[in-house]
Design a protein around this ligand. Structure first.
Ligand code: NAP
Ligand code: GDD
Length: 362
């Protein structure tokens, strides 16, 4: 049985990746941070009692801000695959806590790479690199596009990207970068723009809020559906040789277009509800990200099935259900038709988002 270690297992991507690996028959180990309140809502539905015989999902405490746990854990587990998904992942927040972001999102990667090297184990390492690293580089962006980072978060990710390549080329390690463009889902953190919009719509439809306050509506992103991106992340580690891959849809939409599509799907007029607030603007902005995924299509045979309008329907439906409203139902049908068994609505959407429901206004 293959064994995998996931940092950031409690996040959006970590939770989907854990499900995927369990479905592939792996023993999955996840690193979680000690918190005074529960922070495992996204993985509670796959949690296994450690007192059971041979649980296939096990959790370990650790924080990438410190080092003492990493070498021990990696040496003793000797996982076949390590997925480094943990990060302070919010771009705007990285301007407010740049040094912490550098510690965790940047140096955290080196701590893991160095622990792998020192432990002497043979493993495959995946680094969650980001399209945010491209910053101002003209679209479309591919594996050869030079990085022009525009935030402390992006600079930290560029550092991690290069450390991954340095350990690959310098020590012959199987270390690969997945350069993922924005990917979303009903499990997306509540303060990222897509989820903020779909939660806001549900709150407006329920009569709980009247307005949704947003920042820059002109920025364009290449938005895809997170579970499919975790299929790609897994695929990157199944290659014979370590390499770097751009993963995205290849289509850009502005924040305004996301707003229009989502409000229209919910039967609401966005102009009556959306207000632009300076509070959500960033000191620097990334204007346009569009993936050129020719390499991933050819070498990973990876082809996303969920497109922009599908994603919007899935996310609006899910947030409607969180608030106990009747959803329009298109999202459920799309998932059944396009993704099939491992990502069913009841298990992967409803249970988890009810557990993660929070405030709509941030
Ligand atoms: P997310 O939902 O914000 O999850 C981040 C995870 O990192 C959580 O499990 C979080 O734990 C953990 N974490 C944060 N600080 C940590 C620390 N100091 N020590 C240990 N763990 C820590 O992010 P995501 O959307 O799933 O993204 C996963 C990874 O892909 C991140 O590295 C992100 O930067 C990168 N990425 C994401 C996208 C995207 O569009 N989603 C695109 C490109 C790259 P808690 O639950 O305790 O906070
Ligand atoms: N969060 C947020 N909140 N963003 C807003 C808002 C708002 O109220 N209003 C407009 N935006 C704009 C942002 O300025 C940005 O241009 C765009 O919406 C997307 O913002 P986010 O959803 O916060 O995502 P991001 O693109 O900055 O970063 C995400 O994607 C990266 C990959 O490109 C994160 O998941 C990163 O971790 C990831 O690496």
């Amino acid at each position: 049985m293959k064994r995998a270690l996931i940092t950031g297992i409690t996040g959006q991507d970590g939770s989907y990746l854990a499900e995927l690996l369990l479905a592939h028959g792996y023993e999955v180990h996840g690193v979680i941070r000690r918190a005074s309140t529960f922070n495992t809502q996204r993985i509670d539905h796959i949690y296994q009692d450690p007192n059971e015989e041979n649980p296939r999902l096990r959790l370990h405490y650790g924080d990438l801000a410190s080092t003492e746990w990493i070498l021990d854990l990696i040496y003793h587990l000797a996982p076949d695959e390590i997925y480094n998904l943990a990060a302070q992942s919010h771009v705007k927040v990285s301007f407010e806590i740049p040094d912490y972001t550098g510690d965790v999102t940047g140096l955290g990667t080196t701590k893991i790479l160095e622990a792998i090297r020192r432990s002497g184990i043979k493993t495959k390492f995946y680094q969650a690199s980001s399209s945010e690293m491209f910053g101002r580089a003209p679209a479309p962006q591919d594996e050869a596009t030079p990085f022009q980072p525009r935030s402390p978060y992006a600079a930290a990710k560029v550092y991690s990207y290069w450390m991954t390549r340095i350990y690959r080329e310098g020590y012959g390690m199987f270390a690969a970068n997945g350069i993922l463009f924005n990917h979303e889902s009903p499990r997306r953190g509540e303060t990222f723009v897509t989820r903020k919009i779909t939660r806001g719509i549900a709150a407006i439809a329920a009569g709980r809020e009247q307005f949704l306050h947003l920042g820059n509506l002109d920025a364009q992103r290449d938005w895809g559906y997170a579970p499919e991106y975790m299929e790609a992340a897994w695929g990157i580690l199944q290659q014979e040789k370590p390499d770097d891959f751009v993963i995205g849809i290849g289509e850009a939409h502005s924040v305004r277009e996301f707003v229009e599509e989502a409000f229209t799907y919910a039967g609401l007029d966005w102009k009556a509800h959306v207000k632009v607030s300076e509070r959500y603007l960033r000191p620097l902005e990334v204007d346009r990200l569009v993936a050129n995924t020719a390499k991933a299509q050819k070498e990973l045979q990876w082809q996303p099935r969920i497109r922009f309008a599908d994603l919007v329907a899935i996310m609006v439906d899910a947030d409607m259900e969180v608030l106990g409203l009747q959803s329009l139902g298109k999202g459920k049908i799309i998932l059944e038709e396009k993704l099939g068994h491992w990502h069913q609505w009841h298990n992967s959407v409803s249970k988890v988002i009810r557990a993660t429901a929070g405030r709509a206004s941030e």
